[in-house]
Unconditional design. Sequence first.
Length: 91
Amino acid sequence: MLVLSRRPGEALLIGDGIRVVILSIEGERVRVGIEAPREVPVLRAELAEVVSAENTRAARTGSRRDLLDRLHSRLKHPPSAGDPLDIESSG
């Protein structure tokens, strides 16, 4: 990890298109401005962690939900012969 000291109004550059500016320091709070291309996502770390955890949860439950939805749909509309969910003809 690179550790730098900066004063309000000073900046640092990351790569070709990202500029981080220290806007102000008030007590233990530092206000930071970030200039980055639109295609570069800029997220607070705690939000990125929440989004990642939610995506993981959705991926795990999404598969089961899709399966349950398809099975529920089949209960309303019985499968035709040759249908992958047709238990009687599959086996």
